[in-house]
Structures are given as C-alpha cells and as structure tokens.
Design a protein. Sequence first.
Length: 283
Amino acid sequence: MTLFFALACCFCTAVNDLVFRLYARKSRSRGAYVLIIGLVWTSVFLLFLKFDFALWKTTLLWGIVSGVFSVVANLLLIEGMSHNDAGICSTIYRLNLVVVAFGAFILLGETVTVMKLLGILFALAAVFMFFLDSPHGGHTNKAKLGFYLVGIAALLRAGMGLSYKYAFMEGADRNFLLVLNGASWIIGGAVYAIYREKHLGEKFGKKSWRYGAVSGLLICGIVLFMALALQHGDAAVVLPLAQMSFIATCGLGILFLKEKLSFKKALGILAGILCILCMSIAA
C-alpha cells in the first residue's frame, strides 16, 4: 500500500503543478491562490474530523510546525520563481528529496538499504537531467536571490515531510493535523497578499477561485496520500517517490500544452522510472 499511496500523491502533485502553471501564465494573485487552497483544504478535512483529545498536544505542535514549513516553503518557491526561470526553480526545489532521505536515516533511524540508495541516486539523476534541460536565468543579483529562496524552500519542504513522519510516529491525529496545515495556508496566503501584493480584497477574481478550488482539492489528495503512505512506510522511500511528480508533469505538458520532449527530458524520465522501480522493491 505504501507504493500505491506514494504514487497517488505523486500523480496529484503532477496535475496540481500543471494547474499552477496554467494559473501563473497571467499576472494573478499568488496570495489569494494560496488562501483559497487553504480554505478548501481546511473545509475538506474538517468534514472527516473525529479528534482524539488525548493526542491534542502532539497533534497541535506538529500540525503547526508542518503547516508553517509547508506554506512558507511554497511561498518562497513562488517568490523565487518571480526572480528566476520557473522550470529551473521547480527542479532545484525537488532536491529536497536528498535532505528528506538522509534526514530519515539520521533523525528517524530508518534502515539504509542498497535499493533505497539506488532509488535516491536515480531520483537525483532525473532532477539533474531536467535541470540541464531548463533555461538558466543568468547570474544577476535577482537570479541569485531566486536560487537562494528556492534553496531555503527545498529545506523547509523536507522539514514538512519529516515532521509528518515524526508526528505519526508520536501518534498525532492525521485529519486534525491536516486541518491545521490548511489553516496555515489561509493565514500565509492572506499575509502574502496583504504585505507582498497589497490590498487583499482586490485579488479574488473568478479565475483565482476556480483555479484555487481545483488546486485545493488536488492538494487535499497530495497531503492525504502522503500522510497515508508515511503511516505505512519509510519516509526515505515515500518522500523521494512523491517528488517524482515532475516526470508526470512533463508528460502532461507534452500532451496538453504541446511541449517538446527533448533528449535530456527523456533521460530524466527513464531515471525517474528506475527510481520508482528501486523504491518499489525497497518499500
């Protein structure tokens, strides 16, 4: 079941990446987008909430910690993309899988195996080939700032995944933790819209609501399947697999956005498939 949940998370992430790319093609509010996602996210998991009050301290602590990691990572990624090419930023962001894997080995005490290490190497190879295929944003101060912001975002994204795993090891309530994560996105989106984009009320057009609602449902799938996978399997297997979404995003871009399949992308896809095979054996 670990492999199924991880791949389901990966698929939802890939579709959501495509939705975000469509949303970002025009100048629209990122803060409103994040806030609407948070509203959908929180509402969905409130419907399934059956909270065990004996676990409230653990759930509250790790729900807030993982929620802050999640929303700040995504806002920094968005900000980084405004300073550099979106494609190269998204591939650098995926390098959080290295931090996740070694964090799982060192901090969570998960077993190091040959297949896990091979899977991580193939994942790195896939990211590297997509990195080479992406246009580079140059060496201006803004471009360098974009790299730094995305690097910090990658570290925070790794922290989110590891905090999920640790929370579930400590017995945190899954649905309430996800409700807290959604609330973090509401707050983070509002703060970003007010202080970075100015004037919250002007940001909520029909497109923002439509795209935000679709992304909100997809992100519910992402976090739910990630949580289920982490409850059943090792973080060093689940989280790198979940990061392979850019392989599927590439395929969707070729099908629906008429993007070209380059030789480097083809090699990246092959490396991603080998990563999935290795991790399926390790799972």
